[in-house]
Design a protein around this ligand. Structure first.
Ligand code: GDP
Length: 367
């Protein structure tokens, strides 16, 4: 941190070392009269919000601040990583403010998925996690799907108040905000220097009408996300980019499926039947005998079973087994950050293995 330099946009102290970090500016920028951090630079010149990862303490400070505002809060989650992208403490911090929950990346769902079922699941899960959103929406920030609807909902619920957008890294918050800016302004070039508030360090304000603002809060790194256990290249493999094509596997009792080397699905009992995998099209699925699965993993994780890659194994958590006795027909086993497997029949015993810290839950099937 260079004490003598601060950004004319957001006021943060400039640093020149950590490109991904907050307050970064290239060394050459220090020679200018007015120094602007990279984040504000992109916002100013490209109308692009860049997410800056924060440490947990900073994030807590921001959450604490939210409770003291009179605002509308828009919380974004990744529908492929609902639990992993959840911000666990949020409900304790929001005070009396209303929350709209937005599930992003809906473009990735296969056509067979019923949106209303997903919305109901999101509502129910929110409740279980202690949050009561006033509204739940599905959008694709990347494709622009559902943006008009969410923009209208924001307008309706905010009653002239400020809007805070929160979400952990990688949920698509920046992409979402960029869409919303266009929607509200009707033009691309809404942000000019004159709009720049010299306010708090890590919040970026986008002016709405009547003096209120849409405020982007930095994303927190959620350490439970699968995304943090794989390298950048592998993240591309596990993150679906296109509509997911469900893959059907006929399994006998005592067979297992490996999803790369990231997760494992054991069919313990229930009689021969089919299971439908909803995962990134690029993630390789290996079928094996349950009794051989441990050995296969030990000998081939990082090669045949990859991601993770060989050089990433050291930091990769051990797989932990979670047992599920499935009572009802049509149940999804959700592997946080990867996707889910639909179990069609009732009375099936499954063991799901995921890296320690990564979530796995069951829900009523979305199809
Ligand atoms: P942020 O870290 O929350 O600000 O997320 P970004 O906006 O940088 O997006 C994270 C990743 O998700 C990028 O690779 C985006 O291309 C991708 N992404 C964002 N929105 C969508 C979406 O609606 N659909 C899909 N398929 N990908 C998205």
């Amino acid at each position: 941190e260079l004490q003598d330099y601060s950004c004319v946009g957001c006021g943060i102290n400039i640093q020149t070392e950590d490109k991904e970090g907050i307050g970064y500016a290239p060394k050459s920028a220090l020679e200018k009269d007015q120094i602007i951090c990279q984040r504000c630079f992109r916002l100013k010149h490209y109308n692009e919000i860049q997410d800056v990862p924060l440490n947990d303490d900073d994030f807590l400070k921001i959450l604490n601040g939210l409770g003291n505002t009179d605002s509308l809060i828009v919380k974004i989650v990744d529908i492929f990583d609902f639990n992993g992208s959840w911000l666990p403490g949020l409900h304790r911090f929001v005070g009396k403010n209303n929350i709209i929950l937005v599930g992003n990346k809906v473009d990735l769902l296969p056509k067979s998925v019923k949106h209303n079922k997903l919305i109901n699941w999101m509502k129910q899960s929110s409740k279980e996690l202690g949050l009561n959103p006033v509204d739940v929406y599905l959008v694709s920030a990347a494709k622009g799907q559902g943006i008009t609807e969410i923009a209208e909902a924001i307008e309706r619920h905010r009653n002239g108040k400020d809007v805070y957008v929160v979400g952990c890294t990688n949920v698509g918050k920046s992409t979402f905000i960029n869409r919303i800016i266009k929607q509200f302004s009707g033009e691309d070039d809404v942000i000019t220097t004159s709009h720049f508030p010299g306010t708090t360090l890590d919040l970026i304000e986008i002016p709405l009408d009547n003096g209120a603002a849409l405020i982007d809060t930095p994303g927190i790194i959620n350490h439970h996300q699968m995304a943090h256990y794989v390298g950048k290249q592998d993240l591309k493999t596990i993150t679906p980019k296109k509509e997911i094509k469900p893959k059907v596997f006929q399994l006998n009792e005592g067979q297992s499926l490996f999803f790369g080397g990231l997760a494992r699905f054991d069919f313990v009992s229930g009689g021969r039947q089919s299971f439908v995998c909803h995962l990134s099209n690029e993630l390789t699925i290996h079928r094996t005998k349950l009794e051989k699965a441990d050995e296969l993993y030990e000998n081939h994780v990082g090669e045949l079973l990859s991601p993770p890659r060989k050089d990433e194994l050291e930091g990769f958590p051990k797989l932990v087994a979670h047992e599920f006795m499935i009572k009802e027909a049509k149940t999804d086993i959700v592997f946080s950050g990867l996707g889910w497997v639909t179990v069609n029949e009732p009375n099936v015993k499954i063991i799901a293995h995921v890296p320690k810290g990564v979530g796995v839950v069951i829900r009523k099937s979305l199809i």
